[in-house]
Design a protein around this ligand. Structure first.
Ligand code: PLP
Length: 343
């Protein structure tokens, strides 16, 4: 159990993989107006790899690693460009549940490699995501009323079909593949570190929105590992889905209860056990957003020129609720991740 909860990502491998990818470019770091006259640094993930969200760094990287590993194990060869390797890849299918963006990552990674994807979506996931998934060549299966039902359906699907489960959450007995997904997200922290090393303008606070916690944990791990100037870390969840802070309080992974949230991509009731364990080691504090606060944040960030959703703007939403003394302090330099586009 202890080893399974370790997280020692080979972020240099992930970064090297993306630097050689034709669609890769570092995402922009923008400055937008914050409350109380502060300026907010906004890492703009809304056009990452042309897929509309930071999740483009996770699953596609995991797809590449899994295919590489499996082909080596099966053939002893490392070249994926031979006809035999291509036939092997074409026979592989990736299965996952998704609140939207992870599925896009799996579908796009599978398509680019020449493999197939089958994505389970709960009824809460907008049909626009289903359309985008089909356009990427994936099979879409509607699986149950809420996200947790789609996770159970994807797990069962992989068990019965023998296809490859590529989840972004982790649970007891299933941690290895999602750690590769998180390894891909580490690229965001590395891009930021390089930029701050050059500018010297390190943030004092970093706000990280969380669903199952993979993004927040990857970022927190990397920031604590190798940023020269250490910020305060704030993990932001919808009030309807506070699984990570509930787990922190309980001292063990804990399921949250709550209604459906308009922050759909953050509406996860079960934490990733690896993400929970990483966040426990990273000295983070927690913030919650109401539905209305999420909606206000999305409107404001969109009006400031980055069209996004309540999930994408949740970090900015947490800033709106910091106390006035902090917001007006000259020493306050917050950073948020605008994690998806609304268009
Ligand atoms: C746009 C967006 N922001 C944040 C998150 C949260 O990421 P995680 O589930 O790794 O905590 C997601 C997850 O799907 C997402 O799609």
């Amino acid at each position: 159990m202890t080893d399974a909860l370790d997280f020692t990502p080979d972020f240099a491998a992930a970064h090297a993989y993306f630097r050689s990818h034709p669609k890769y470019t570092p995402s922009p770091l923008r400055q937008i107006k914050g409350p109380g006259g502060c300026t907010v640094l906004a890492k703009d993930e809304t056009d990452r790899m042309g897929l509309g969200a930071f999740k483009a760094l996770g699953a596609p990287y995991a797809v590449a690693r899994i295919l590489d590993d499996r082909w080596r194990a099966q053939s002893g060869a490392s070249d994926l460009n031979t006809p035999q390797a291509q036939a092997f890849i074409a026979s592989q299918t990736f299965v996952c549940a998704s609140a939207g963006n992870h599925g896009i990552g799996v579908a796009s990674g599978a398509r680019d490699a020449g493999a197939k994807a089958r994505i389970h979506l709960a009824e809460t996931v907008p049909e626009s995501f289903a359309d985008r998934l089909r356009a990427l060549g994936a099979t879409v299966v509607r699986s149950g009323p809420v996200y947790e039902d789609s996770v159970a359906a994807a797990t069962k699907d992989a068990e019965t079909s023998g296809d490859i489960l590529l989840a972004d959450g982790t649970w007891s007995g299933y941690t290895e593949i999602p750690k590769w997904v998180m390894e891909g997200y580490c690229v965001i922290a590395e891009e930021l570190r390089a930029e701050f090393e050059t500018s010297g303008a390190w943030p004092t606070h970093v706000y990280l929105q969380a669903g199952v916690g993979g993004l927040a944990a990857a970022m927190a791990h990397m920031i604590r590992l190798n940023w020269a100037v250490q910020p305060e870390l704030v993990v932001v969840e919808p009030r309807a889905a506070t699984c990570l802070q509930d787990s922190h309080r309980a001292g063990q992974p804990t399921q949250a209860t709550g209604p459906e949230s308009n922050m759909g991509r953050l509406d996860c009731k079960d934490p990733s056990i690896v993400a929970w364990a990483v966040l426990e080691r990273c000295d983070v504090r927690y913030a919650v957003l109401t539905e209305e606060e999420g909606a206000v944040a999305a409107r404001q960030v969109t009006a400031l020129g980055i069209p996004t959703t309540p999930s994408g703007a949740a970090g900015y939403g947490a800033i709106l609720h910091e106390n006035a003394a902090l917001l007006e302090s000259e020493a306050y330099h917050p950073l948020v991740i605008i994690s998806e586009t609304s268009s």
